[in-house]
Write a protein that binds this ligand. Structure first.
Ligand SMILES: *Cc1c(COP(=O)(O)O)cnc(C)c1O
Length: 393
């Protein structure tokens, strides 16, 4: 059984790439804990029994390919409406492989001025030494993006939407057109939305990046990353580099992520339900002076979010008007666990100015000191509201 369109998202998540095991009939894809595969004769590895992955090719060595990883990659490609996906040891390993595959020393990138901190560190501190140049711009401003593009040198436009931690929204379809006109690829880091809420390849993007650590895994128990592309030739170049570099998802990590992906749709619906209730509570609370959520009609970019997202996600940020009060709220919260990361079933709270975004202090990506960021989990929402009430008191 190969799952093909027009199957729905939930069906794809549970079945794509996940046929019963050809050897045993096991309904769940096994964890193929093996580093190598027996070959029938010199130069002729066994054909893959499943129909996923590179058709007709066999498995030889598990850096190049492993059936558990193939299952995850097949599923992610279909969920993002792509033709190929590759699973990595982390989101950052995926990004490094993408950048070094597509770019050459001397190339230039346009990046969001509020890009994920780890991406900024990789581009500005690591790949800059390799000869990669970058310009941070506000992606909501298409004229600024056009002005930042260097004809013949800009290889990629990097996009995140919604962004971290201010939940800004970028208009993916026109950005893809601007990039294409300049001969550049549009890359969208879709970690915050997940493919359930937003599918950038359908809007014209060339590459989707994921930290599968977040919503795709969904249970805060595994670190992983993925790339998804439409163009098979680019997919083959990325796979070549992935094999050459080796930052692959191991079989147990791939299995945990696949297990998480099966429930992505139901989890995202509850994340969105709970986040909407939290936003409603915060906007009415006297100790809160501003709430950031793409679902708020008064937030810039709301119309774009309505157009390109199914719902508005589980991430919410708010300002308290005072940095010390923001820190106190984070320290006082109990059910909201104080911690970095996001996208798991449990609710998390953090102070971006002193935690995830501390390294941005003094730079143009500095965040307000009175900002609090929530990753709203899927607990009973009344318990979450009660915890926020006592923390804000
Ligand atoms: C966490 C994250 C990453 C990095 O992924 P890792 O799995 O931690 O390496 C990249 N982009 C965004 C938006 C993230 O939240």
């Amino acid at each position: 059984m190969t799952i093909e369109a027009p199957h729905g998202f939930e069906t794809i998540a549970i079945h794509a790439g996940q046929d019963p095991d050809p050897g045993t009939g096991a309904v769940t894809v096994p964890i193929y804990a093996t580093s190598t595969f027996a070959q029938d004769a010199v130069g002729s590895p066994r054909r893959r029994a499943d129909r996923s992955g590179a058709a007709g090719l066999g498995y030889e060595y598990a850096r190049t390919g492993n059936p558990t990883r193939t299952a995850l990659e097949t599923c992610l490609a279909e969920l993002e409406s792509g033709s190929r996906a590759l699973a990595f040891a982390s989101g950052m390993a995926a990004e490094d492989t993408l950048l070094r595959t597509v770019c050459r020393p001397g190339d230039h990138l346009v990046i969001p001025d509020d890009v994920y901190g780890g991406t900024y560190r990789l581009i500005a501190n690591v790949l800059a030494n390799w000869g990669l140049d970058s310009t941070p711009v506000r992606l909501g401003d298409l004229d600024a993006v056009r002005a930042a593009i260097r004809p013949g040198r800009t290889r990629l436009v990097w996009c995140e939407s919604p962004t971290n931690p201010l939940l800004r929204v970028a208009d993916i379809a026109p950005l893809a057109a601007v990039a294409r006109q300049a001969g550049a690829l549009l890359v969208v880091d879709n970690t915050f939305a997940s493919p359930y809420l937003q599918r950038p390849l359908e809007l014209g993007a060339d590459v989707v990046v994921h930290s599968t650590t977040k919503y795709l895994g969904g249970h805060s128990d595994v670190v992983g990353g993925a790339l998804v592309v439409r163009d098979l030739e680019l997919g083959a170049r990325l796979a070549y580099h992935q094999n050459a570099m080796g930052g692959i998802a191991g079989p147990f990590d791939a299995w945990l992520t696949l297990r998480g992906v099966k429930t992505l749709a139901v989890r995202m619906e509850r994340h969105c339900d709970n986040a909407e209730r939290v936003v409603e509570f915060l906007t009415r609370h006297p100790a809160v002076c501003q709430v950031f959520y793409p679902g708020l009609p008064e937030q810039p970019g709301h119309e774009i979010a309505v157009k390109q997202m199914r719902r508005f996600g589980g991430m919410v940020s708010f300002r308290t008007g005072d940095a010390e009060r923001a820190v106190r709220v984070c320290d006082r919260a109990r059910l909201f666990t104080l911690g970095e990361s996001l996208g798991g079933v449990e609710s998390l709270i953090e102070h971006p100015g002193r935690m995830t975004h501390a390294s941005a202090a003094g730079s143009r990506v500095e965040v307000p000191g009175d900002l609090v960021r929530l990753s709203v989990g899927i607990e009973t929402v009344d318990d979450l509201l009660a915890d926020l009430e006592q923390a804000l008191h």
